[in-house]
Design a protein around this ligand. Sequence first.
Ligand code: PHE
Length: 356
Amino acid sequence: MSSSFFGTLVVALNDYLTQLDDLVQQARCAFAEAHTAEQLEAARIEYLGAKNGRLKVAQKGLGSVDKADKPAAGKQFNETKVAVEAAFEEAKSGLAGEAASADDGAFDPTEPGSRLVRGRLHPITQTIADLKDIMGRLGFSVAEGPEIEDEWHNFEALNISESHPARDPLENFYLATAEANGAAVEHESPLLLRSQTSTVQIRVMEQTQPPVRIISLGRVYRPDTADPTHYPMFHQVEGLMVDRDVSMADLKSVLRLFARSYLGEDVHVRFRPSFFPFTEPSVEVDMSRHDADGEWIEFGGAGMVDPHVLRSVGYDPEEFTGFAFGLGVERLCARRHRINDIREFYKNDIRFLHQF
Ligand code: PHE
């Protein structure tokens, strides 16, 4: 060490460098010995504090180094700074890691548990269960049929001839044939997704003798554009009753009982003359809207089973008569719950579904 003209202390380079070395050593020890966040913070302030931290002091000490030595001293100071900061970061992440692994083992049995969300049946599934219940009380048992059908059950046995517009390939979901896949297998009959649950009428009558009193509920498919009352896949409830002396009056009584049980006593049922190849006479079934007087909603079709159909399944139309109906399940459910767009049922919006 030597003095300048004005008594200012001029620090020799070697001394300055030694100070820096000591600083690094001591800082490393101080950081390593800090076992809590508070101790580490105290060490940080001592060494890295912006005002009077020892690094800051050392930086000021640069000013006292002889001018010629400044580049070397400055370089060493920078390295010291990097080393001290690195030692601090290392100690800091070491403490954070310890805290995290301590948390892993911690189990607090007094913490309240998270609530389980209770699921619900889809509104259409609930409706199907309700409709089975109601019709069960009227003596109708449940029959099932496949969703992939042949043309016999979907059309021919139901008296829907080859030229009928309902058989247009554009009105149905036909399955790709083996031929279309490049294989040489021939189907006896092309297959399609059933367009109506009336297929189940045929399947039941083929297998049982009258009296028949069944309902069948399930999915049907039509290439319709989705709108508030249509969806390319929807559900139908099909009813069939065949016995001696079954009449149109029985049909109307059953449908009225059914509608009142599901939709409420104030619902009105209306028949409009119509045509289906498998019923004669045929009607469209309308029910009153829940709100507006004099307004009707179409729910499906019905009629007396056509003698052709009875004959195609081996029944004697002279001995037996029957009625059949097919109604849209989505529309029934929507009418009951005052929903004005059946597409809601298939959006899978949990806020909508949780209401049922
Ligand atoms: N299957 C008809 C349809 O889908 C409805 C219907 C069923 C009509 C039974 C008459 C008898 O539109």
